[in-house]
Design a binder for this molecule. Structure first.
Ligand code: NAI
Ligand code: 15L
Length: 273
């Protein structure tokens, strides 16, 4: 017997950007259960197109292409863009211009909701001995975090001005397993990622909600109480990985900013000139 669906609600056409990326490849087969047609897009090759899929290769900074990409779409899971810290210009094009093009095309085509892959790096300069929630001021930790802060502000503006709803997911670290001590706090399993994305797509009313993307980790820096209305209940935890992670990394350098701040290694990257 196949597992029960996380939600029975379905969209006629759902767009997944960044579908060729690490999280895109995870979500691509899983989101088929939420829609009649899954339109997958990326600047990179999209591979074999499955039944019920449409594939569109496009760069997010290409305004005309993105306008066409949103035609006939009901909701979007927006993962596309540069996913790490680096020089400003490529991030400007992919993440800032690209997200603007996506929202503007979504508005023009009457899209109802976007699930936006933001990042914990919007608040990476909070310390690891603080527990914060998404109502607290942003403290981006680099060009990448700044671009995600722009994306969240874009989402807020498009809701306030045009009523286009967004759930901004400040994803922690979504990998097969936590790689280091920091990820014991930030880790989110792929199954919990699916639960979070589906809850964000199907919650009845979200306006613009910001939620941290993490599993039910014992160590945590993020309080998701203000976003309880989304109905996300993580079922996994980093705890079963703790012993192995601590054995690999028994000592932490407390003079290293990457150990002190929530953004980890991102906070010391650059400058890039
Ligand atoms: P990834 O780098 O594997 O995938 C991103 C995809 O976006 C790639 O397939 C890439 O080709 C595509 N892309 C890049 N520039 C583009 C452009 N200009 N136009 C169109 N497509 C473009 O990243 P990953 O890990 O899959 O992350 C997905 C999203 O989630 C990203 O937005 C990332 O910032 C965000 N995120 C991921 C986290 C994680 O732990 N994996 C943590 C926090 C946020
Ligand atoms: C992110 O935003 C990145 O996309 C991902 O590659 C990880 O580095 C993650 O944050 C993290 O903070 O661990």
């Amino acid at each position: 017997m196949s597992p029960a669906p996380i939600s029975t609600l379905r969209f006629p056409r759902l767009l997944l950007t960044g579908a060729a990326g690490s999280l895109g490849q995870q979500l691509r087969p899983r989101l088929k259960a939420c829609c009649d047609v899954l339109r997958v897009s990326d600047v990179a090759e999209l591979g074999r197109v499955a039944e019920g899929e449409e594939a569109v290769q496009a760069a997010l900074q290409d305004k005309a292409a993105v306008h066409e990409l949103l035609r006939g779409v009901d909701a979007v899971v927006h993962l596309g863009g540069i996913s790490v810290e680096g020089p400003f210009e490529p991030i400007l094009q992919a993440n800032i211009v690209g997200s603007y093009n996506l929202y503007e095309a979504a508005r023009r085509h009457g899209v109802r909701r976007i699930v936006y892959a933001s990042s914990n790096h919007v608040t990476g300069f909070y310390r690891q001995d603080e527990v914060i929630d998404a109502t607290m001021p942003m403290r981006p930790d680099g060009h990448y975090g700044l671009s995600k802060a722009f994306g969240e502000n874009l989402a807020q503006f498009y809701f306030d001005r045009y009523g286009l709803e967004t759930v901004s997911l400040r994803i922690g670290s979504s990998f097969p397993e936590p790689k280091d001590r920091r990820m014991l706090a930030t880790w989110m399993s792929f199954d919990d990622l699916e639960r979070l994305v589906v809850a964000s797509l199907t919650a009845p009313v979200v306006g613009h909600t910001v939620i941290y993307g993490m599993s039910d980790n014992t160590t945590t820096w993020w309080n998701n109480t203000p976003a309880r209305h989304v109905g996300y209940r993580p079922l996994d935890s980093s705890e079963p990985f703790r012993a192995a992670v601590e054995a690999r990394q028994p000592v932490l350098d407390l003079n290293d900013a990457a150990t002190l701040f929530q953004g980890g290694g991102f906070v010391t990257k650059g400058p890039f000139d």
